[in-house]
Write a protein that binds this ligand. Structure first.
Ligand SMILES: N[C@@H](CCC(=O)N[C@@H](CS)C(=O)NCC(=O)O)C(=O)O
Length: 239
């Protein structure tokens, strides 16, 4: 099938998607069966490539980010997962994907307090292992400037255990919330997926691609493995 969308994604040495935010969009494309092709960009190539395409820079954080898309038939370029999700839902409403819900918002708010420590301390230093030398150099330079010390400093078993303890209660409560509609079906809202399922599954798939052990520990908490498994059919196309 001819692609209708070009998806700009983050490159890694496994040649598959590993960014949690790009996974959110990829899951949506796969779920809706929208034909697309991927352009993987190394970290230092994101800004020059997206600038050249004429995308509007973000006002905070990195100015140019993936996911970005080019919708070919309308010649629309978009950057930012929220904007892209809304666009896809409006152009491809079938099957519908409720992007959010009251329960979804509660889960997302709680999950963010987990994602910070998990990504910041446990995933970030391990991410280096799946980046090319050019991306490693960029990643190390930008992230170490933000945290004020080396990425390797984070790989301290004692501090890592503290990070796990600090999120234990939040992961448990968030996971239990994910099971609210278990009787109606395997997804957060019951029988069919919502944006919240793709947010959770995208985060877990990203963790898994970087470090299987962290993934196994996260999915040992309630709910997480259930949502991840329910979303597996939409994670087959990963490149
Ligand atoms: N708010 C953006 C965040 C996207 C984002 O941070 N993407 C990262 C990759 S996971 C990125 O492109 N970073 C570019 C950089 O660090 O220069 C969204 O929701 O799409």
């Amino acid at each position: 099938m001819e692609p209708e969308i070009v998806l700009y994604d983050l490159a890694c040495t496994k040649n598959i998607c590993f960014s949690p935010v790009v996974w959110r969009i990829r899951l949506m494309l796969n779920y809706k069966g929208i034909p697309y092709r991927t352009v993987f960009l190394e970290f230092p190539d994101i800004e020059p490539t997206l600038k050249e395409l004429g995308l509007t820079p973000a006002t905070s954080g990195p100015h140019y980010t993936v996911p970005s898309i080019h919708h070919l038939s309308s010649n629309t370029y978009l950057m930012g997962s929220e904007l892209i999700a809304e666009f896809l839902e409006s152009i491809y409403p079938d099957p519908t994907l409720p992007l959010t819900s009251e329960l979804g918002r509660e889960i997302a708010t709680r999950a963010r307090s987990v994602i910070g420590p998990v990504f910041g301390r446990l995933i970030m230093p391990r991410e280096l292992n799946i980046l090319s030398p050019r991306s490693q150099e960029y990643f190390r330079r930008t992230r170490e400037a933000t945290i004020g010390h080396t990425l390797e400093n984070l790989l301290d078993p004692e501090k890592e255990e503290k990070a796990w303890s600090s999120v234990h209660d939040d992961i448990t409560v968030t996971g239990e919330l994910m099971l609210t509609n278990k009787k109606k079906g395997p997804f957060v809202l019951g029988a069919s997926p919502s944006g919240t399922d793709f947010f959770i599954a995208g985060f877990l798939q990203s963790v898994r691609t970087v470090d299987e052990e962290v993934f196994l520990r996260m999915t040992s908490y309630p709910g997480h493995g259930d949502i991840y498994t329910a979303c597996l059919p939409y994670m087959e196309k990963n490149d």
